[in-house]
Write a protein that binds this ligand. Structure first.
Ligand SMILES: [Zn+2]
Length: 177
């Protein structure tokens, strides 16, 4: 409703006020001979304004205008995304060999922060995801493909190391393919 009311103000009330004030100024100006030139200028501007407000819009003008507007908005959004990518140089650092295990993960990008997700320990021989081994040793894992056993596979520790590597820029360029 507010928008509708504002439209009424814009479409009806403002032009009426402008018309009344414009007429008063015109009447005052035309009675003073010295102001004939100014009166002509005001008249010209006034008729120009009326002419401008009476332009018949062609549909294709509107379509072209909307297309240009969409293109400009698209460019602005694209530039914003490029900035975010530049501020996130380790986006392709998603795998690393740490303490004899091949780790893979993803970066979750939100407007506020970047978080490490989907961290997985993989067998360094065949890159198969490891499963927890039924052993008494803490954090022991085994490869379901080749049966190799690995000890001290601690994703909490490794997550901290990966985040630290990313913050310090410690990762080989080979990872950034
Ligand atoms: Zn294996």
């Amino acid at each position: 409703m507010k928008i509708f009311e504002n439209k009424i103000v814009t479409l009806i009330v403002l032009p009426v006020i402008t018309l009344v004030i414009g007429s008063l100024i015109y009447d005052w100006v035309k009675e003073v001979p010295l102001f004939t030139l100014i009166a002509d200028v005001v008249k010209t501007i006034w008729y120009g304004l009326i002419w401008f407000l009476n332009i018949e819009l062609r549909l294709w003008w509107v379509i072209i205008f909307l297309m240009m507007l969409s293109f400009i908005i698209y460019l602005i959004i694209k530039m914003g995304k490029t900035d975010m990518k530049n501020a996130f140089p380790y986006r392709n650092y998603t795998s690393d060999m740490i303490n004899g295990i091949y780790w893979t993960w993803k970066w979750n990008l939100t407007p506020d922060e970047v978080t490490l997700t989907n961290l997985k320990a993989n067998c360094p021989r065949d890159k198969t995801p490891l499963i927890e081994a039924n052993l008494y040793a803490r954090h022991s894992h085994e490869c379901p493909r080749c049966g190799s056993l690995y000890y001290d596979v601690d994703s909490n520790k490794v997550g901290v190391i990966i985040a630290d590597n990313a913050n310090k820029g410690i990762y080989t360029k080979n990872d950034l393919i």
